[in-house]
Design a protein around this ligand. Structure first.
Ligand code: 5GP
Ligand code: ZN
Length: 115
C-alpha cells in the first residue's frame, strides 16, 4: 500500500467503491465518473504507479489482470458486441490516478482516434 494513493485506499476499504470483482491480486470497481454505460476499472492490489512501472516480476500479475478483465467484460455482456480497454499512462497519456488501472469501456459505440 502506497501512502496517499487513492486506489490503494479503495483496495483497503478506506474509501468506498462499487466492487465488481476481487481476488488475491486484483480488484475491479465501477468508475465514479463513467465515460460509457459500462465503465469499470481493474487494478492490481500491488501498488504500481503506471503500467510502465511494471517489471519482469509483474509478468504474471499483468497477465492475470488482463484475463480477469476479459471475464468481467464477458459478464457485462460486452464480449460479442465489443468494448474498449484503455490504460492511460503519464501526463500526456491522460493519467490522473497514479496506481495502474485498466479501464473497461462498453455499451456504446467507441470512436477513433480517442481525444
Ligand atoms: P485516469 O485518468 O488516471 O486513467 O483514470 C482515473 C479514473 O479514476 C477516472 O476515470 C476517474 O473517474 C476515476 N476515479 C477517480 N477517483 C475515483 C474514486 O474515488 N472512485 C472511483 N470509483 N473512481 C474514481
Ligand atoms: Zn496505489
Amino acid at each position: 500500500m502506497a501512502e496517499d494513493c487513492l486506489f490503494c485506499k479503495i483496495i483497503a476499504g478506506e474509501i468506498p467503491s462499487n466492487k465488481v470483482y476481487e481476488d488475491d491480486s486484483v480488484y475491479a470497481f465501477h468508475d465514479i465518473n463513467p465515460a460509457a454505460p459500462v465503465h469499470i476499472l481493474v487494478i492490481p492490489k500491488k501498488h504500481l504507479s503506471a503500467v510502465n512501472a511494471a517489471s519482469e516480476e509483474d509478468q504474471a500479475l499483468l497477465g492475470h489482470l488482463l484475463l480477469k478483465a476479459n471475464d468481467i467484460a464477458a459478464e457485462q455482456g460486452l464480449a460479442d458486441e465489443g468494448f474498449r480497454y484503455v490504460i492511460n499512462t503519464g501526463d500526456k497519456g491522460g493519467q490522473t490516478v497514479y496506481h495502474l488501472h485498466l479501464h473497461i469501456l462498453g455499451s456504446r459505440q467507441m470512436t477513433w482516434p480517442p481525444g
